[in-house]
Design a protein around this ligand. Structure first.
Ligand code: F6P
Length: 555
């Protein structure tokens, strides 16, 4: 009996990723390609710049500056097939309970399906429910925007404060910033997320309570930060308006948990619901987007949903080889698992997208920062990349030095638009020139010979050399508008899903955030107890608790 015969054979379909022949072939191919510089790849194929690109619903993805070739793409697509990607996509759209550890369907795609479509989950037509909520949201937003909805003292609402955290904050705040140019400037939207009271204090310090509406957003309505901030908002409102009845005019809730909303004291007629099949980080187009709809109005909100839906349809129907989210995901797998590049910088050359990297951090890392497969076995390969970023050109004057000349490899996603959303169109050309220049410099660099030819003194030559060969993709669209934002977010949502499917992990749970929450409850009591508590943590945590208590005058 040979050694390989003695090894336990995994059941079909749950084969360890690393042992798949496609994975092995990719490893061998990566070894060969590693020796090639992007300069070589471009020289060898004059059509590369147009061949390694794909386009759909107004988004053009150029991945010619990734360190791969046609064979790598072919092998990656074979891997995707072997991991039953097509079947996994279909299962999600059918409403199967693909979030296995929470036994839930994953149906953010239902949030943007047009009225009249049918999708049944547990016998319920979810599309009809989605549109019923959208209609209630629209009616409410029209009333607030027109001034028909009055505060308790009869004033028009001028300020909206969204209280929420994680998916109940990052999507709304990102969309608000991204679509500012389309927003009603008569309504000032603010966002409070952090349990640090300074967040609430700064967001409300110059607001008039009589003109302020709070949206308390929480899927569970049990999140400690959000409840603490909502209580602070309640006190702030009652201090000024002096009557419990004011709450009904100044507070609305977005949640799946009606009983907790009621317990908090918000009238359920002022509650907008959603469903357990919407993950927090996939919820910005549910009622969690109420602040977005208040800012841009129902029609623009529907344009955003149409953008999401257009990308969903592309993702569901397009062949894998021309499928934008699939290609985007496979490029990420190639970089992190085969080239060892575990960092992804998302660099929007659009200042309005300044919160997009933060939004993606939750989307990607909370979804795919997992170490075991569906079956609970170690994945055996690296999973989620580290996602970070800043808008260009600001980042260029900060961390780009490391991306160009540092020892660590970073993959970059550049995102740019052809039309300016401001009147300063000449500056827009300069902005996009910067973006294209960065991609070019990263890919091709500057050799020692080129530096010497410029007459640079020998001692300085090594400092001025740019190795190049640093991979990037560029997403170029016509204009940052609600439709395009929807399509862009859906691209990253589905790319995240595809990567999770390849790694065979549950991209829709988040058990990793639980332990800290439990420990916090215990430590909060110990920090504030009147009598010095007996501490039984590790010696470091014990010492920090004692020091904190001493400096707070608690011991
Ligand atoms: O941090 C964990 C988390 O559960 C996220 O997944 C979620 O988006 C966030 O907390 C907020 O949760 P909720 O909307 O229930 O307040």
């Amino acid at each position: 009996m040979t050694r390989s015969e003695r090894r336990p054979r995994p059941a079909p379909g749950v084969r360890a990723l690393k042992s798949r022949p496609q994975w092995q072939a990719l490893k061998r191919h990566a070894r060969k390609l590693r020796a090639k510089h992007l300069r070589d790849l471009f020289e060898a194929d004059p059509a590369r710049g147009t061949q390694f690109a794909a386009e759909t619903v107004g988004l053009h993805l150029d991945y010619a500056k990734q360190r791969l070739d046609a064979r790598a793409i072919e092998l990656l697509l074979e891997l995707a097939q072997a991991c039953a990607l097509t079947e996994r996509i279909a299962a999600m759209f059918r409403g199967e309970r693909i979030n296995a550890t929470e036994n839930r369907a994953v149906l953010h795609v239902a949030l943007r399906m047009p009225k009249g479509k049918r999708l049944r989950v547990d016998g319920v037509d979810v599309i009809a429910e989605v549109h019923a909520v959208l209609e209630r949201m629209a009616a409410f937003c029209e009333r607030v925007r027109s001034g028909a909805w009055k505060g308790y003292r009869g004033d028009r609402i001028r300020h909206v404060v969204n209280i929420g955290i994680g998916g109940s904050d990052l999507g709304p705040v990102m969309a608000h910033e991204a679509l500012r140019a389309y927003g009603d400037r008569g309504i000032d939207c603010r966002f409070v997320s952090n349990v640090d009271g300074s967040d609430f204090a700064e967001a409300t310090r110059d607001l008039d309570p009589a003109r302020t509406l709070f949206i308390v957003c929480s899927k569970t309505f049990t999140t400690q930060e959000t409840l603490a901030n909502a209580q602070a908002a309640r006190r702030w409102c009652l201090n000024a308006l002096g009557d419990d009845r004011a709450i009904a005019r100044h507070f609305v809730a977005v949640s799946t948990n009606r009983s907790e909303v009621e317990k908090f004291g918000i009238d359920p007629t002022n509650m907008f619901g959603f469903w357990d099949w919407v993950g927090g980080r996939y919820s910005m187009d549910s009622a969690i987007g109420l602040s977005t709809m208040l800012a841009i109005g129902p029609q623009r909100f529907h344009e955003m949903l149409a953008g999401f839906h257009a990308m969903d349809e592309h993702f569901r129907k397009a062949p894998l080889a021309r499928n934008l989210p699939v290609l985007h995901a496979l490029i990420g797998i190639w970089n992190s698992n085969f080239l060892g590049i575990d960092s992804l910088a998302v660099l929007p050359y659009a200042h309005y997208l300044k919160r997009f990297p933060a939004y993606l951090q939750q989307l990607v890392m909370e979804s795919n920062g997992k170490r075991v497969t569906h079956a609970g076995k170690p994945v055996g390969v690296d999973t989620s990349p580290i996602v970070w970023g800043e808008p260009g050109t600001n980042g260029q004057h900060s961390f780009y030095q490391l991306i160009h000349q540092g020892t660590r490899a970073v993959a970059c996603d550049f995102i740019g638009f052809c039309e300016s959303t401001s009147a300063l169109t000449a500056q827009h050309d300069l902005l996009i020139a910067n973006m294209l220049a960065q991609g070019e410099a990263l890919a091709f660099g500057k050799s020692a010979a080129q530096v010497r030819a410029e007459g640079v003194p020998a001692a300085l030559v090594p400092h001025k050399v740019f190795e190049g060969n640093r991979p990037s993709s560029t997403i170029l669209a016509r204009r940052l508008d609600p439709f395009t934002l929807g399509a862009l977010v859906a691209l990253y949502e589905h790319s995240t899903f595809v990567q999770g499917a390849i790694w065979d992990i549950d991209s829709f749970d988040q058990w990793g955030v639980e332990l800290g929450k439990v420990l916090t409850r215990r430590i909060a009591d110990e920090l504030t107890a009147a009598k010095t508590p007996r501490l039984s943590h590790d010696s470091s945590t014990n010492a920090l608790i004692r020091r904190y208590r001493r400096l707070r005058g608690n011991s």
